[in-house]
Ligand binder design. Sequence first.
Ligand code: SF4
Length: 282
Amino acid sequence: MPKGLMSKATLAKVLDKIDRERPAERIMVGLYDWGEPTLHPQLAEMIKMVKDAGFESQISSNLNVDNQLRDLVKSEPNSFIVSTSGMYDATYDATHTGGSAKMLKSNLYKLAWYRDRYDTNTDFVIYYHLYKHNRGRDLLAAREIAKELGFRLETFAAYLYPMEKNLAAIDGILPQHDQALVDLLLLTPEQRIRLLRKAAANTPDHPMVRDCSHRTGKMSIRFDTSVPLCCTVYDQSTDVAQSFLDTPHEDIQTAKYNRSICAQCMGNALHIVARIHGDNPD
Ligand code: SF4
């Protein structure tokens, strides 16, 4: 995955193009695309830019850095997601490699402190990725902290990314080095696909089954404004625009509907955004 930081000048152009094209009535701009947005030194200013443009703003962080949290809270994004896979280091490190659960917890408390101090109104949500190894005391601790701080807690069974790896798994060609992670999943990729296919068969007319929400209602834009097919596919040969700024919305949409990988993805119901819970603590 290409890595980098979008400049404020580029964001201004992106927001201006979205405003001109207005692809939907309600627009939410998430200032992240797999990277860690709090590493961007101007993130708070960029959240304000999104809001000033009249759009909803969202960020998603692993909260493992203590950068500008005060400014971020004061900039009041509509929603602030914190992703975690544990609340204690021994558990957390298995699936947030190199991270620190202590830092995460410390920063959760700081967010709540600044929210109360500045009386801001962001929706803070803890996304708890469930694995076999973290449904015990870690999940209970996440519930306690979320309750204490007044943050929402959403739990869902973690699954394999990117989408290509799921296709590799069902073809039986998943690399050996991915197997340790697969062993921690509540559902193997094959089991998950079976459930998704069943859901699709039961609700064939549901809009999220008939088409893919990544095509109908989402657009990923990288820091350099190149546009991937969707955030679930890493293969850059399927990109749908080299420059979001220079490509009309309709052309990007047309390219999205021309990618053959979508047929493979939808054939296995992998396009369905479904949350499988399984969050009873051990
Ligand atoms: S069908 Fe699959 S590959 Fe295509 S845009 Fe949707 S999620 Fe991405």
